[in-house]
Structure formats: C-alpha cells, structure tokens
Write a protein that binds this ligand. Structure first.
Ligand SMILES: Cc1ncc(C[n+]2csc(CCOP(=O)(O)OP(=O)(O)O)c2C)c(N)n1
Ligand SMILES: [Mg+2]
Length: 399
C-alpha cells in the first residue's frame, strides 16, 4: 500500500545539498528522539495508492463522479491560486494565501464529508468551501472586501465563511480552530446526531496549546471530530525539524488515546479513503482521529512571503515531482475518465466565471461606513453610537 516514491519515505530521504550548509544539515537530521527505540514510521505507515504514472496498488474503487469532481476542484484550486496571486501582484487586492501543492489534502478530504458535517478551517482551504457549495463569487468578493462581501470587508482577504454549508469563519490565530472543532463535535454528540466536525490545520499548529486542548478533550469524551493536519513541512520559515523532535506527527495521537494515521497527502484517493474511514468511525461513536496528511507547500506561505530566503531549491524540486494534480490526472486518464480536452473545457468555463466575478467584485462599491459599527451587538451600546456619529460627521466635513 505504501507508495515508494513519496519523499516522506525514509529511503528517499537524501541530503538536499552537498555544500554542507546548516540548512541542509538540519533537513537530514532524523526526526526522532534519541531516548526512544520505537520506529514510528513503521508504526504509522504512509497510506498511499497512486503513483505518478497513473498506476495504483490496492486502490479503493471510488465512483467516477467523485473522482472527476475531485479532479475538477483540484484544477480549479490551482487556477484560483494563480489568478488571485496575480491580482495581489497587480495591486488590486491586498493579500492572498493559497494551497498550491496541497490540493489533494484539501479536496480529497472535502469529497469524503457529508453536507451536515461541520468544517472549521485554517486559511488555505477555500477550495473545500467551493466543494461544499459556496459560490465562487463569495470567495472572490471576500478578497476584494467590498460591499458584496458577506463579511463586509471587515476581515483580511481569504477569510471566508459559509453559514449555509456549515463552514465556519477562518481562524487566523494559529491553532484556535482545533478546540473550536472539538466543541462543535461535542455538541453533535450531545445532540445525538451523526454529524462530524472536521478541522484543518498545519504542522505549526501542533505546537500550540489548542492542539493539546482539542485532542485531549476529544479523547476523553470520544468526540466525533477529525483533526486534519496538513503537514506541508513549513510554518512560514520554520521547517518541520525545528517544529518538533517527533519522528512523525501522527504518533502524537497515542498520547491522547485517539486513532491516528499517516496519509500520502498528495494522493487524493488515499486522503479520500482515510477521511471516509475516520468519519465512519466517528459517526459510529468511536471517537476522534488525527490524520497526518503528508504534503508540501509548493509556493510561498502567502503573498507576503518569499521562501527563496530560507529554503533549498532542491527540496522544492523533489516535491514538485510529486504533484498531486499530475498524479490524479494520470490515474483518471488511465481509467479512461479524463482527458486533456475534458480538462481544458472545464478550466475554460471556470476561468470565464472567475473573470466575470472578479470584474463584478472589483466594481462593487466600498462597504457603507456604518457597517463598521453594526453586526456585533443587537442593541448598539452608547459608546458605539457616539463613535459612529463622530465618524459620520467627520466624513460629512471632508465632503
Ligand atoms: C498565534 C499565532 N502566532 C503566529 C501567527 C503568524 N502565523 C500565521 S500562519 C503561521 C504559520 C502556520 O504554519 P502551519 O501551522 O504549519 O500552517 P501552514 O501555513 O503551513 O498551512 C504563523 C506563524 C498567527 N497567525 N497566530
Ligand atoms: Mg505548515
């Protein structure tokens, strides 16, 4: 079941550079506490089915509709990243944070969820919201932050929310979403529903207190929550081996008495099946699972970052050869259910819709100044009333 070419596999770990730089030395340091002799990579083998050339081993038979839906959304996600990053470079939006390279981790898991499940996201998973039904125009309106934005421009770009599809507002403070999801899962359990709460977070978030609170409480109370850890190996400029001395991140489940698994995060089928299995267990009352989705942040952390300042090109190159879109495309082409023409057609349609929503949102008026003071209190307290009056009268003076 283990796909041998994945750079995460021990035998594929090679020194990244021969020039002996501190960075290269750090990168080959085994992630393993000296005091332990358990091999956690063996205890948590990487679940993987698809290879880069389209061949697969013991692959679960997913419906063609699901496979094609995942493929389309992975292609859309990459396109959205490219287009909105360009808008930021052109000075038309202030900021963008995408998920290039992590499409299988996001889309594969989204495809395995049910409409009633709850998603408590990090900031990269806009494609999960799109998969669940959030209109593209809402994602685009949010990056422009104008009057047509659901949150009326009061959030940073890429901080979407979709009440209609149980997609909570994005959490920027690293890790806070983990304990929120645990609470939602607990509510689902108390209400005796079969809904599952799902949260996405990064390797950096495993060092936050919320990781401990969330996983510990979920373990004690057998809460139906899925902890989807996108291990993309970097937390802005902090590499994984500076984040933890654990050999794997999945093994952290042991301490909390919950299940855990390491999954090839660049294999959409493996992510789909691992998520489905974990959700099924949660729905049956078997509690939480930590899934370490082993993937890689191919690009910058966000448009405010330049990773060339801190990471080795050779590392990036090794992971580019494991691209999740290439892999799923090869598999679907081999099954005879995808083609260059099919991809070009769906991409053309997506691009047209994206261009149209970008024009519409860019042309939308700015939010009314009064929206700065609304939506927090049902009855506005006196000090807000005063501040609103002051702001409005200053505006009148400027006119
Ligand atoms: C509590 C807190 N500390 C620092 C930051 C600044 N910050 C934003 S994203 C980030 C890195 C998070 O890395 P990781 O959890 O691995 O997620 P990734 O961005 O790789 O998906 C940091 C340090 C923050 N938003 N919140
Ligand atoms: Mg990370």
């Amino acid at each position: 079941m283990t796909h041998s070419a994945h750079p995460e596999n021990k035998k594929n770990r090679k020194p990244l550079s021969s020039n002996g730089t501190a960075h290269a030395e750090r990168s080959v340091k085994p992630l393993r506490p000296e005091s332990q002799d358990v091999d956690y990579e063996e205890q948590f083998p990487l679940r993987s089915y698809l290879s880069d050339n389209g061949s697969s081993q013991d692959t679960p038979k997913l419906s063609h509709e699901i496979l094609q839906g995942m493929m389309r959304h992975m292609v859309f996600s990459r396109e959205l990243d490219d287009r909105l990053t360009m808008l930021q470079r052109q000075g038309r939006i202030g900021f963008y944070v995408g998920g290039t390279g992590e499409e299988a981790a996001m889309v594969g898991s989204a495809a395995a969820l049910r409409p009633g499940d709850w998603v408590v996201p990090c900031y990269r998973e806009a494609i999960v919201a799109l998969y669940r039904g959030l209109p593209l125009r809402d994602i685009v309106a949010n990056v422009f932050g104008r009057a047509d934005d659901v949150v009326k421009g009061r959030q940073m770009p890429c901080h979407i929310v979709d009440r209609a599809h149980n997609y909570l507002s994005v959490s920027s403070p690293v890790g806070t979403q983990i304990s929120q999801a645990m609470g939602i899962g607990w509510a689902a359990k108390l209400r005796k529903t079969t809904d599952v709460a799902v949260t996405y977070f990064g390797d950096g978030a495993t060092s936050q207190g919320d990781f401990h609170y969330g996983l510990n409480f979920a373990g004690v109370h057998r809460i139906p929550v899925l902890f989807l850890l996108r291990n993309n190996r970097w937390a802005i400029s902090t590499p994984l081996d500076q984040q933890t001395n654990s050999q794997t991140l999945a093994q952290k489940c042991i301490a909390y008495g919950i299940r855990g698994e390491r999954v090839d995060g660049n294999d959409a089928v493996a992510v789909y099946q691992a998520t489905l299995d974990a959700a099924d267990r949660a729905r049956k009352g078997e509690g939480a699972t930590l899934l370490e989705l082993c993937t890689y942040r191919q690009g910058a952390h966000s448009t405010s970052d330049d990773p060339r300042a801190y990471r080795d090109d050779a590392e990036v190159k090794a992971w580019l050869a494991q691209d999740p879109i290439v892999r799923l495309r090869a598999y679907l082409t081999g099954l005879g259910i995808w083609s260059q023409e099919a991809e070009a057609a769906c991409l053309a349609e997506f691009r047209a819709e994206l261009a149209q929503t970008i024009s519409a949102s860019e042309a939308a008026p700015l939010p009314e100044i009064g929206t700065l003071f609304s939506d927090v209190f049902r009855d506005k307290p006196w000090h807000l009333v005063e501040q609103e009056q002051e702001a409005l009268s200053n505006l009148l003076l400027e006119d």
